[in-house]
Each structure stands twice: as C-alpha cells, then as structure tokens.
Design a protein around this ligand. Structure first.
Ligand code: SF4
Length: 143
C-alpha cells in the first residue's frame, strides 16, 4: 500500500510542496502535530507513531500492542484472548478485528504494512500521509 492511497487527489499539489520543501514540512509538522496527536491520544490512545493505521484496524491503535506489532497478533495470544505480555489486557488485534467488522474499511484490515519508519515518530500522520513517506515500501496484499 502507498501511504498516499487514502489522500484525496486534490491534495497532491500540497503533497508535492511538502516533499520538495522539507523545511516547510518540518514547520507545518511542528504546528500541527501537537493538536493532531493530543486529539488521537485522547480518542484512540495514540502512541504518535506518525504513520497512522487506525482507519485500517477498526480504529484500534496497533501501537498499543506491547510488542508494537503492526501486521496482526503474535503467537502468544492467551486462550481467553488476552495478551501474553500484559495478561490483564485484551489482545489489541482481537479488538481491532472485532471493531473492523462494523466499519466500512473492513477489507483494509487484511493488508500487510511496511515496517515503521521510526524517524517519523511524534510527527503528524496526516501531513506524512499527504506528503508520502520517502522510501515507502509497497506492502503486499495478503492472498
Ligand atoms: S497508528 Fe500511529 S498515528 Fe495512528 S493512532 Fe496509533 S500510534 Fe497514533
């Protein structure tokens, strides 16, 4: 998947500006990231990774997985559906699958994602999506 896939075509000129002018991107990020991230922290327990997958995972942040897995659960999910690292917590991925059943983007749940670019942690995921991630690896579709 390309990070710009969900960005409206009309924003592409803005994305070009962000890609061409890293300084502008940086300044806008500085202004926007605190608002975006604090809203998402409150609403979705966002961990500010800067490469949001909420819309593909039933609005469940995958970065709340103690192993920070972004492509589904590990092999250690307990029989009761809880996490092997934090037994008091339901597996993030079970929750994400359940929630995604009721949302229109259900088909997006099965996608594989490129590894996280840790340099973008703390930045605005919206601006990053509009700009596209340099060196973005096209992820494979499952199946
Ligand atoms: S996927 Fe990343 S940006 Fe989206 S809510 Fe989780 S930590 Fe925040």
């Amino acid at each position: 998947m390309d990070s710009r896939e969900h960005v409206p075509a009309m924003l592409e000129p803005f994305g070009r500006v962000l890609r061409k002018h890293p300084r502008v991107n940086e300044q806008l990020n500085r202004a926007m990231a605190p608002f975006e991230n604090s809203a998402k922290v409150l609403l979705f327990s966002c961990n500010m990774c800067g490469q949001c997958l909420l819309h593909e995972n039933g609005y469940t942040c995958p970065m709340n997985c103690p192993k920070q897995l972004r492509n589904g659960p590990c092999g250690g999910v307990r029989m009761n559906g809880h996490c092997e690292v934090r037994p008091e917590m339901e597996c993030v991925w079970l929750k994400a699958e359940r929630r995604s059943r009721y949302l229109p983007g259900r088909y997006l749940f099965v996608r594989l994602h490129a590894p996280l670019d840790w340099r973008r942690k703390g930045s605005s995921a919206i601006l990053n999506a509009v700009a596209g991630f340099p060196g973005d690896v096209k992820a494979n579709e499952k199946e």
